[in-house]
Design a protein around this ligand. Structure first.
Ligand code: FAD
Length: 477
């Protein structure tokens, strides 16, 4: 396999992107600094939209049925995520290490080359290709590819080397976290106490996760993770409870740094995931946002490399995902203010709590946190254009199936609802003569669905207008 795209970073975002690129027929090499699987305790939540994306790639069978918890929160105020309009409502509890394992197996099964123990130390965009210098087991080496994507996390080396600007604000508050065993701690769901905020929850693995923030306390400058003694002391000050006998499995601190790359693409270098946006990992949004970046970018970059995408297609990645990231960072920043603020934020919390009593507010926030309300700018007037295809069963000659199944090969799907044999739109579009019983699609005779499950076009005409098709495919039939 010839490497056409280099992905720097074999975390969840880099691995999902690698699989998406392989589906698009692109030769991809993932360079990962670590030599083995990550042992860090990181994200544990997959949201409804990510589960839908995994379904679109046939990954859920491999994942099994993880525990589901519909009890989400907004700034610590209870928010039910169970009622969202998705086949996968709620929060799916999957340790990040398991998500990575799943995606690695999938990407490698599709032919991606994943090279551990390779650290990228330099790169150059030469205009027609990108070169990287890599420190690996056999010493330094240089690799080249047509494009490079930095999926190398919040301290992204690619971002720095390629000169991306990261705009936003630095940390003002931090929260300490420890996963512990050997101690019985009662559950605390974002408990606000006079001196600070305390969280304790037992994870499916059996360890207990404690988190503590002291109101008014600025982040401590320290090299690396805090000592467990620091967490224990803060926990005791805030809760008045000791953590005697607790054995730390993993200790870390998070802060409310809120920064986003001003561009997600510079020439032949792109960013995705934490490399493109830094945020407080509240409510599991950080990981899910990154995975959804990869799902948006993969097919577009494949189209660019394989030569079937129109010139502007790759730039829609920034246009679409930067806006989504900015909105997510805003809701995360709002939550950080309400979580870390002391008594002065109580009136705002009371008002937000009252608003959350209204079903329409709950539904709005639940769709936002779950990633279900993303709507990309669309060229057509239909109210669904740009939104994700609503979950539905399509009835074809071969019987009923979900749309997710039809999207598994990673191609466009044209739902032809005319009852006819359907037009031939060329090899990029799979035409599926079908009927759909979804009131949102009433009166539609065609629905063109992108490989990432968003609606590219929908209308009463027999087929998408040519001008519309040309937004996505350079030379449609
Ligand atoms: C310590 C920590 C705890 C977290 N806890 C939570 C949580 O509880 N809940 C939550 O929702 N989110 C949490 N997050 C956020 C979540 O883990 C991230 O959003 C998610 O990992 C982003 O995935 P990614 O693939 O973009 O980046 P990462 O998972 O960070 O992956 C980046 C990869 O790039 C590799 N890499 C870095 N530099 C180089 C280089 N120069 N060359 C080659 N490889 C390189 C790294 O080794 C790493 O494997 C946490 C993040 C951190 C850092």
């Amino acid at each position: 396999m010839r490497t056409e795209v280099i992905v720097v970073g074999g975390g969840p975002v880099g691995l999902l992107l690698a699989g998406e690129l392989r589906l698009g027929g692109v030769g991809v090499t993932v360079l990962e600094r670590r030599t083995g699987a990550s042992t860090e305790s990181r994200a544990s939540t997959l949201h409804a939209r990510t589960m839908e994306l995994f379904d679109q790639r046939g990954l859920l069978e491999r994942l099994g049925t993880p525990p589901n918890d519909s009890r989400g929160h907004f700034a610590g105020l209870p928010l039910d995520l169970g009622g969202t309009d998705s086949p996968y409502p709620g929060q799916w509890k999957v340790p990040q290490a398991r998500t990575e394992e799943l995606l690695r197996e999938w990407a490698c099964g599709l032919g991606a080359e994943v090279l551990p123990g390779r650290e990228v130390t330099d790169l150059a965009d030469l205009g027609d290709q990108v070169t990287v210098t890599v420190r690996g087991p056999a010493g330094p080496a240089r690799l080249r590819a047509r494009y490079l994507v930095g999926c190398d996390g919040e301290q992204s080396m690619v971002r720095a080397l390629a000169g991306f600007e990261l705009a936003g604000t630095d940390a003002r508050r931090e929260i300490l976290r420890a996963d512990v065993t050997g101690v019985q701690i009662g559950p605390r769901r974002f408990q606000r106490l006079p001196g600070g905020l305390a969280v304790a929850a037992r994870l499916p693995s059996g360890v207990t996760r404690v988190m503590v923030h002291e109101f008014g306390r600025s982040p401590t400058s320290r090299a690396g993770a805090p000592d467990f003694a620091e967490v224990r002391a803060a926990w005791s000050r805030v809760t008045g409870e000791g953590l005697d006998g607790a054995r730390p499995v993993w200790v870390n601190a998070f802060d409310d740094t809120c920064r986003q790359a001003t561009a997600y693409r510079r020439g032949r270098v792109l960013l995705a995931g934490d490399a493109a946006h830094r945020q407080l990992p509240v409510g599991g949004q950080a990981l899910n946002l990154g995975l959804q970046d990869a799902a948006n970018l993969g097919w577009k970059l494949a189209a660019q490399v394989r030569g079937w995408g129109p010139d502007e297609l790759l730039d829609t990645y920034h246009a679409e995902r930067h806006a989504v990231g900015a909105r997510a960072l805003t809701n995360i920043a709002a939550q950080a203010l309400l979580l870390f603020g002391g008594p002065e934020v109580e009136p705002v919390r009371a008002v937000v709590g009252e608003l959350l009593g209204h079903p329409v507010v709950r539904a709005h926030l639940a769709a936002m946190v779950s990633g279900l309300d993303v709507r990309y700018p669309a060229g057509t007037e239909h109210p669904l254009a740009g939104a994700r295809m609503p979950p539905c069963t399509v009835h074809t000659g071969a019987g009923p199936r979900t749309l997710a199944e039809a999207l598994r090969p990673g191609r466009f799907v044209l739902l032809d609802l005319t009852g006819g044999p359907g037009p031939d739109l060329g090899s990029r579009v799979r035409v599926l003569p079908a009927t759909v019983t979804d009131s949102a699609l009433e009166g539609m005779r065609h629905v063109l669905v992108r490989p990432d499950g968003h609606i590219a076009a929908a209308g009463p005409e027999r087929r998408p207008p040519l001008a519309e098709l040309r937004r996505w495919i350079a030379a449609p039939r």
